[in-house]
Design a protein around this ligand. Sequence first.
Ligand SMILES: [Zn+2]
Ligand SMILES: [Zn+2]
Length: 154
Amino acid sequence: MKIELQKISAEGLSRRGEAAPDFIGLEEESVSFSHPVLYELELRRAGKLVVARGVLSTWVGLTCSRCLKKFDYEVQIPDFKTQVTVEDPAGLIDLTEAVREYIILALPYKPLCDGKCAGICPTCGKNLNEGPCDCPEIEKESSWDKLSEIFPEK
Ligand SMILES: [Zn+2]
Ligand SMILES: [Zn+2]
């Protein structure tokens, strides 16, 4: 995500393309970046200041916080905007850090494979999206029974 300053003319510069996702590199096992980041940017410069704005999109591999299944999450950033000051007229504008931040901030705090994800059974660990497990309902009731033994109703 580096652009040569000299390429930005008085009318600005439009750039579209894709960047390999390795630069995002997050030390987080539950998140994986394996799809390219698509970008469509407009760059304008005023002296040393360059303003870049546009749209970004990619797919990020996340882990469902309820059932622990891995799934691809679509990230769409319609309002990417950043500004960089470039001292060297022959220098490069590096948008890597700004793009990285926008993508990471767009990720959900509690990812869900589906809003209706049923999660996993706390007793047997079965993924309840694949169907109900064989755990007896009674178990839950018996824990209530134990509670009433401890706190008998008068
Ligand atoms: Zn899930
Ligand atoms: Zn179960």
